[in-house]
Structures are given as structure tokens and as C-alpha cells.
Design a protein around this ligand. Structure first.
Ligand SMILES: Cc1ncc(COP(=O)(O)O)c(C=O)c1O
Length: 369
């Protein structure tokens, strides 16, 4: 018996006879037949996610987008209506607009005003989609209020930025929670994977969609993520502590016009953040550099030789990204300005380096520009 779980790197599973095959398909016997449908590495990770999220069941997907794609395709069809938060991950916005092409109507609301839901919910509204903490301005969704105003419509929560270490949306009444596990759940920047948790029936439906649309995960990445989960509590604790200290350190620095971090006194989500995330909102902060245009950003990035400029987040290493030219590049300058995404905005994903190392790196880069 190995002390670490084995990797079931196989396309299919040999089945002894027709009776067993039948029993597996009917669910009378636990087993796997074809990895696109299920695999022991999927099951192990899905069970861990369900346990962490305090939900009945879990599922794994080829990526975070695989998870949200399967959720849309499972819950909404032509003629249906979906309500989304106004500020969502860019690719999720693109996915929602693809769903519009398929006949699903989409409306969006401001998560800071959950009472807006009252007038928006229609008889054909199939779900409400929100992110726990938005990218890159870190607006915190007041999940209990959103769920209270949902009038029984399923609330689907992207908890990628928060992880079950900080909040468990299903225990607050959400129907589905999902993550880009490519981020904190794996935590090492070497996996593409998505996960979801919810009721056993909801998860059964999502898994069926994932199988039909080929959105299932591969065994090795499920295994890596399972391994990553072992250190999730430690990593999130360190990341939250360092992030809070770095946000305070950067606030008031002459090279910085503004720091966006929900636990700072001038953030619009501070009250919600203090109530829902007393120990921290994760490892993200965004900083507006003093100066104007892309030039100041370029100079700043060049002064950070040890902090990679990388269009991802939640790696074990601290990384920086530039929303105006990456996640929000599909918006016009005017749309970006309405959304509050200035050209000088830099998003920082804090990793596991000690605070002192990061303060030194960012402090000297800011002094140099
Ligand atoms: C909040 C959020 N949701 C979903 C996704 C999509 O996840 P993936 O890249 O694993 O497809 C991302 C990716 O960055 C994200 O930041």
C-alpha cells in the first residue's frame, strides 16, 4: 500500500464481465470505465473538494473555464436568463456572451447592491453568478445578502480568489461553488484544472455535461492538485498575512497613487470584507502607480527582476500582471475607465516569499521609478 496515492494514468479500465459493467454504469458498484467519465484521481480530488467546501459532492474539470462552461451548459438553454455580477473574470464574460449567441439572455448587477436582484429575477432566471472577490479591483461580494435576495434562484460562486480556507459558499446557501484550481488549490503554478462542489444531484448533472463536452480533467493534474491541497491551510495563512502587511506598506508610498485591498480603510468593500474575511481576503492587491500611461508600468516591471510579470495568479511565487493589457485588453479605453481599470494599475499576486523580501523588492522598484 503506497503512502502517497498512485496516479491512474490510463484511458480506460478493464472490466471483468458484462454484469460488473452494468453495475458500474448503474452506480450499484463503485468503479471506473473510461477516464473521460471518471477516474480514481478525479474521485479522490472531488471528494476532498466536497469535504473542504462542506458540500455533498464534488467534480473536477479540465480548467476553471471547463467548470464554468459545464455549469452554463447544464443550467441554461435557449430562452433562459442568467444574472451575473457586473465585474467578472474576462474569459467568463466572453463565455457569457457566447451563451447569448446560443439564446441565453444575460443581465448584470452590482454586487455592492444585492437588492438590485429583486427587480432582475424573472421566471426564466436559471442562476446568479458571482465571484467571491473580483479581479482586479477586489470588490467583495456580500454572499449572505446576495443569497437572501436570490428568491430561491441557484447562486453559483466562483471562489477562486478565496478558497475554502477563507469562505465556504455552500454552507452559506450557495448552490454551486467552483474554482480555477490552477490557482490556490494547486498553488504551484503547474496545473490547469477546475473543480466544483454542490448537491449530489447538481454535481451528477455537471459531471454528465463535462463528459459529453470533453471537459473532464486529466489524472496527473488531479493528483498534483490533491497534493497541493495538503498545504493549502498553511499557504493561505501565510499569503493572507503577507498580503495585509504589504498592502499597508505600499499605502502612502510616494510611488503609489492608490492601493486596492479590501481590508484597507478606503476600500469600498471594507465593511463586507471585515465581516466575511476577518483573517484576510487572499493574496491579491492592485496598485495604481503614480505617473501616467503604460510607460510608468514598463519602467516598474523592469525594476522587479525577481518578481515575474506573468498573466496568472496564486503561484507559490509572487507575480505581477497588468490588467489593461492582459485580462481586460478586450475592453475599449473608455470601457476600462468606466470599470476603474487605469493604465497604471498593476495587479500583484502575493506568493510565499517572506514579507521583508517583498517589501525590499517593491520598495526599491518604486524608488527607482
Ligand atoms: C476568478 C477566475 N475564475 C476562473 C478562471 C479560469 O480558470 P482557468 O484559467 O483554470 O480556466 C480564472 C483564471 O484566471 C480566474 O481568475
Amino acid at each position: 500500500m503506497p503512502s502517497a496515492p498512485p496516479i491512474f494514468q490510463t484511458t480506460a479500465f478493464d472490466v471483468p464481465d458484462l454484469d460488473v459493467l452494468q453495475q458500474i454504469y448503474e452506480g450499484a458498484v463503485v468503479g471506473d470505465i473510461y477516464t473521460r467519465d471518471s477516474n480514481p484521481n478525479h474521485t479522490a480530488l472531488a471528494d476532498s473538494i466536497a469535504q473542504l467546501e462542506q458540500a455533498e459532492a464534488g467534480a473536477v474539470f479540465a480548467s476553471g473555464m471547463g467548470a464554468i462552461g459545464s455549469i452554463f451548459l447544464t443550467l441554461a438553454a435557449a430562452g433562459d436568463h442568467v444574472i451575473t455580477a457586473r465585474s467578472l473574470y474576462g474569459k467568463t464574460v466572453q463565455l457569457a456572451s457566447r451563451m447569448q449567441r446560443l439564446g441565453v439572455s444575460i443581465s448584470s448587477f452590482d454586487v455592492s447592491q444585492p437588492e438590485q436582484l429583486r427587480a432582475m429575477i424573472q421566471s426564466n432566471t436559471r442562476f446568479i453568478l458571482v465571484e467571491t472577490v473580483s479581479n482586479p479591483l477586489l470588490e467583495v461580494a456580500d454572499l449572505p445578502a446576495i443569497i437572501a435576495y436570490s428568491d430561491g434562484v441557484p447562486v453559483v460562486v466562483d471562489s477562486t480568489f478565496s478558497t475554502p480556507e477563507l469562505i465556504r459558499p455552500c454552507s452559506l446557501g450557495a448552490s454551486i461553488v467552483f474554482h480555477s484550481a490552477s490557482k490556490y488549490l494547486n498553488g504551484h503554478g503547474d496545473v490547469m484544472l477546475g473543480v466544483a462542489a454542490g448537491s449530489a444531484e447538481m454535481i451528477r448533472r455537471l459531471r454528465e455535461t463535462a463528459s459529453v463536452f470533453g471537459q473532464n480533467a486529466n489524472p496527473f493534474e488531479s493528483w498534483l492538485t490533491q497534493r497541493g491541497l495538503r498545504t493549502l491551510p498553511l499557504r493561505m495563512k501565510q499569503v493572507c498575512d503577507t498580503t495585509r502587511r504589504l498592502a499597508e506598506f505600499l499605502t502612502g508610498h510616494p510611488g503609489v497613487r492608490r492601493v486596492h485591498y479590501p481590508l484597507l480603510s478606503d476600500h469600498r468593500s471594507r465593511e463586507t470584507a471585515c465581516r466575511l474575511y476577518p483573517s484576510g481576503t487572499g493574496g491579491m492587491i492592485s496598485i495604481e502607480l503614480a505617473g501616467s500611461g503604460f510607460d510608468v508600468v514598463n519602467r516598474f516591471l523592469k525594476q522587479l527582476p525577481n518578481i515575474p510579470f506573468s498573466p496568472t495568479l496564486a503561484d507559490a511565487r509572487t507575480t505581477v500582471s497588468h490588467p489593461a493589457t492582459t485580462s481586460h485588453r478586450f475592453l475599449t479605453q473608455e470601457e476600462r475607465s468606466v470599470a476603474g481599470i487605469r493604465d497604471e494599475l498593476v495587479r500583484v499576486s502575493i506568493g510565499l516569499e517572506p514579507f521583508e523580501v517583498l517589501a525590499q523588492e517593491f520598495g526599491s522598484a518604486l524608488r527607482a521609478i
